[in-house]
Design a protein around this ligand. Structure first.
Ligand code: PLP
Length: 392
């Protein structure tokens, strides 16, 4: 019996669909359409009895290679890749919901996910309840007969709260609902929501899967019935297709994702330890640090702490002084990039929230989110010391 291949090996080879020339690097098929060799073939493609490609809005060989490789990493039956992470969240919701349905979601969500759940869905007659995702009793109490979907992100942006995925999956299933997990912060290397009981996993492939801040992309993974059924149907007709060029960049990104995420997590751990030992830092948050409030749960469901660290300084003035003094880390709002990035959520990504809502999520004016990159650890630590000295 041959041993199954490890993910690192599969990410180099799975999904390679070579045509004609024996090309080593997967081909980039920049084509919107496909020619059929007869009218009969065209008929068969359109009625689905021939599984070949029809139109790039719903399938392209380069996008297909990317979907197959990502499905292999996630251990999912099927994957549909899309134009962005938000296109994937939109598709996950709108392809499965109708007026009268109900959604339960954790309150600590990425801003645009919060908008879809809290503002957009209610306009179409879908009621939503937001809960503190860490409190399982709130999930239980929020479930109704009409609840179709539960949605969460763990670790959450930007305060790195951890939600017990297996426990929420059980609550969702007991109520006849499905659980969707936004797994962006955990990365497909360090957390496997489908193994924990989730039904669908969503990625912004813009983040670690590209990993070098070049392209927007997204993906939804899960059982073939849902992905090739309602999700595929919705995507076919609503248009947020992933460009073959972006798919090709991300296909190559998967070849190095383990190396990059391991190195970034190693840097993040070193930075978190350094910050938590520093007197000027009120709080350093990183799931793999023993003083993270949910450290045990985090280490039960994640292999490593991820690539994002959050730190809290005294106030906004200290946070701005810290950020402005950094010479290596860039001020931006992406994450998962090879370049280290700092974000001040209160004045950027979470600016439009009310102060009360921000404080309820632990987003204080002194909070800084740091997406840790691939730079040399000592250089990053020296940069952080420069920032902390300026923060006073
Ligand atoms: C970036 C991000 C998204 C949205 O992805 P886009 O590719 O920017 O559309 C959703 N959820 C989380 C947690 C993210 O970090």
């Amino acid at each position: 019996m041959t041993k199954p291949l490890h993910p690192r090996t599969r990410m180099i080879h799975d999904g390679s669909d070579r045509r004609g020339f024996g090309e080593m690097s997967e081909a980039l098929y920049l084509t919107q359409g496909f020619a059929y060799d007869s009218a009969e073939t065209a008929e068969a493609r359109f009625d689905g009895s021939d599984p070949g490609y029809v139109y790039a809005r719903y399938g392209n060989p380069t996008v297909g290679m990317f979907e197959e490789r990502l499905a292999s990493l996630e251990g999912a039956e099927a994957c549909f890749a899309m134009a962005s992470g938000m296109a994937a969240v939109n598709a996950a919701m709108f392809s499965q919901l109708k007026a009268g349905d109900h959604v339960v979601a954790a309150r600590a969500l990425f801003g645009s996910c919060h908008y879809i759940v809290d503002s957009l869905l209610p306009r179409f007659g879908v009621q939503t309840t937001l809960v503190d995702g860490r409190d399982l009793d709130q999930w239980r109490a929020a479930m109704r007969g009409e609840t179709k979907l539960c949605f969460l992100e763990s670790p959450s942006n930007p305060t790195l709260e951890i939600i017990d995925i297996a426990a929420v999956a059980e609550i969702a299933h007991a109520g006849g609902a499905k659980l969707i997990v936004d797994n962006v912060f955990a990365t497909p290397c360090f957390q496997h929501p489908l193994e924990l009981g989730a039904d669908l996993v969503m990625y912004s492939t813009t983040k670690h899967i590209d990993g070098q801040g070049r392209c927007l992309g997204g993906a939804l993974l899960g059982d073939a019935e849902t992905i090739r059924g309602p999700v595929m149907e919705y995507m076919k007709h609503t248009g947020a297709a992933l460009s073959p060029f972006n798919a090709w960049v991300m296909l190559k990104g998967l070849e190095t994702i383990h190396l990059r995420c391991d190195a970034q997590a190693r840097n993040a751990e070193a930075i978190a330890r350094h910050l938590s030992a520093h007197g000027a830092v009120k709080r350093a948050l990183y799931p793999a640090l023993p003083d993270h409030p949910q450290h045990d749960l985090a280490m039960r469901q994640m292999e490593r702490g991820g690539t994002v660290v959050a730190l809290e300084l005294a106030d906004k003035r200290a946070a701005f002084a810290f950020i402005n003094a950094l010479k290596i880390a860039k001020i931006s709002n992406n994450l998962g990039d090879a370049k280290t990035i700092v974000t001040h959520p209160t004045t950027t990504t979470h600016q439009r929230m009310t102060e009360d809502d921000r404080l309820a999520l632990g987003i204080t004016p002194g909070l800084i989110r740091m997406s840790v990159g691939l730079e040399d650890t000592d250089d990053l630590l020296a940069d952080i010391d420069r920032g902390l000295a300026a923060a006073g």
